[in-house]
Design a protein around this ligand. Structure first.
Ligand SMILES: [Fe+2]
Length: 282
């Protein structure tokens, strides 16, 4: 009698554990990867031209257009961003899971890109450089495709947006990160904002005294992380660089978006993010 009661108790416990694991798996696979959070933040910039104060800048990161991310999901996010009528749209890398079929696929999806009223610019991430980040020709093929869709890719270049310098740094893991090339020819007194996919670039040399914001992505916020603990898989050397706002040395501030897409087909405790900044004079 006692044994039968204990057996029933154990089976019930096992059943609950299996149900909990299945429920968590289903949530991480089907729900959280598409449950986007629109994060609203102020972006105070020194010497910001007065006409830019109060304007909106939307950061989209790590869309990973390709076989693992649902196109309709990405286009749905684009539609929600377009409804905000942003002034500037920036992409901080990993537009794609790049391979030889990608240009046609990217053209289909990025044709629906929400465009900023003033500018739409971006930088590449490691995945834009194809398998093992070793295919600059694949990234090169994406440049005209994205340009047709209204997105200018900055490759260690600076573009002036209504008096604000937007500095776009190319990818670290693809060995294309060349900050000196980008910073050397700009007027340091001008207001600026930097886009750099990999937050580890903050600790690399070559910033030539730049002070101000750096918008990044790459980490996906850890993508799957246990509550109250650091994420076990974080593709950065500096483990402080998970997500959100982080103070960096030399008068710089880093903002790491959790990104829109995913590489593993799951997210847990790291919801996808679209960041909606309001520009302010610092
Ligand atoms: Fe990514």
């Amino acid at each position: 009698m006692v044994n039968r009661g204990r057996r029933r108790f154990l089976w019930k416990g096992l059943g609950s554990t299996v149900a909990l694991a299945a429920g968590t798996g289903l949530y991480a696979w089907r729900i959280e990867p598409h449950w986007v959070e629109f994060v609203q933040r102020a972006l105070p910039i020194a010497n910001l031209p007065p006409p830019l104060a109060g304007r909106t800048l939307v950061q989209l990161s790590d869309l990973h257009v390709g076989p693992r991310v649902d196109d309709d999901y990405v286009i749905g996010v684009f539609d929600r961003v377009r409804a905000l009528a942003p002034d500037i749209v920036v992409f901080t890398g990993d537009f794609t899971e790049n391979d030889r079929r990608m240009p046609a696929h990217a053209r289909r999806v990025y044709a629906r890109t929400p465009l900023g009223r003033l500018a739409t610019v971006g930088v590449f991430g490691n995945h834009d450089y194809g398998p093992r980040w070793r295919h600059p020709e694949l990234a090169g093929d994406l440049v005209p495709v994205l340009a047709e869709c209204g997105i200018r890719v900055l490759r260690n270049e600076v573009v002036d947006v209504a008096g604000l310098d937007v500095v776009g740094l190319d990818d670290l893991w693809a060995k294309r990160f060349q900050p000196v090339a980008a910073f050397a020819h700009r007027d340091a007194a001008k207001p600026a904002l930097v886009l750099s996919h990999n937050p580890d670039t903050v600790d690399a040399p070559g910033w030539l005294g730049y002070q101000g914001w750096i918008l990044s992505g790459h980490t996906h916020g850890g993508q799957c992380k246990p509550p109250f603990l650091p994420p076990p898989l974080l593709p950065v050397r500096n483990r402080r660089y998970t997500s959100g706002e982080i103070e960096a040395p030399g008068g710089r501030r880093l903002y790491i978006s959790r990104g829109v897409g995913h590489t593993l087909m799951a997210r847990f405790n790291a919801r996808p993010e679209v960041t909606v900044f309001t520009l302010q004079r610092a």
